[in-house]
Design a protein around this ligand. Structure first.
Ligand SMILES: Cc1cc2nc3c(=O)[nH]c(=O)nc-3n(C[C@H](O)[C@H](O)[C@H](O)COP(=O)(O)O)c2cc1C
Length: 183
């Protein structure tokens, strides 16, 4: 796929089914993720790949978290429990803040965000679809502790991955003049 077409035509997909990328394809995806810009090469980003029984484990963690929310309705607990089954593969985006005199925390999180975009683009180039989700399950210390993350690590989001079920949504036409100014 042409590199420019890949960027211009990528869309997120909400409904994702099998197949998901192979292990070899995911190696490429993670290699690409690790080519995100990274001030001082602090390597703040890491990734947890979730498939198969991992999806069941994540579902159990989400359910356990939901039950900690005061007065939560049963249907919302079910919604959290079912969330990971929306795709056959999930990549959890993890950011680890490292102390550095010139690189503030926000730059390290931005680096992991850039790695997420690289993941989305790599997946698109390989013929798969994905969507980046956050919500209450991201930036969530309960879920982080259940995933055995360290104190300086935080979940920045979840990339749900698979094959798009149905047509890609239409890409909106945006006029760049509404978004770009010139000095
Ligand atoms: C940091 C971040 C968090 C997001 N969280 C959610 C989310 O929790 N749920 C959701 O439906 N979309 C979420 N989105 C938006 C989708 O990933 C997607 O970008 C959006 O549906 C627009 O589709 P497009 O990527 O095809 O333009 C998030 C996007 C970003 C950048």
């Amino acid at each position: 796929m042409d590199a420019i077409d890949n960027i211009l035509n990528r869309v997120s997909a909400r409904t994702l089914k099998k197949p998901h990328p192979t292990e070899n394809q995911m190696k490429k995806v993670f290699k690409g993720a690790l080519r995100a810009p990274d001030h001082a090469w602090l390597r703040p980003s890491s990734f947890i790949q979730v498939t198969g029984e991992g999806i069941d484990k994540l579902s159990a963690i989400f359910e356990e978290y939901a039950k900690t929310i005061p007065d939560i309705k049963d249907e919302i607990i079910t919604k959290y429990k079912n969330a990971p089954y929306r795709a056959p593969m999930i990549v959890i985006l993890v950011n680890a803040i490292k102390e550095h005199p010139k690189v503030p925390d926000i730059e390290q999180k931005l680096s992991t965000a850039a790695s997420a975009q690289n993941i989305l683009l790599l997946l698109n180039a390989l013929g798969y679809s994905a969507i980046w989700r956050t919500g209450k399950l991201a930036f969530n210390p309960f879920v982080a502790s259940k995933l055995n993350l360290e104190a300086n690590q935080e979940i920045l989001g979840y990339i749900y991955i698979g094959t798009a079920d149905g047509q890609n949504k239409k890409i909106p036409e945006l006029d760049i003049e509404d978004f770009v100014s010139y000095l």
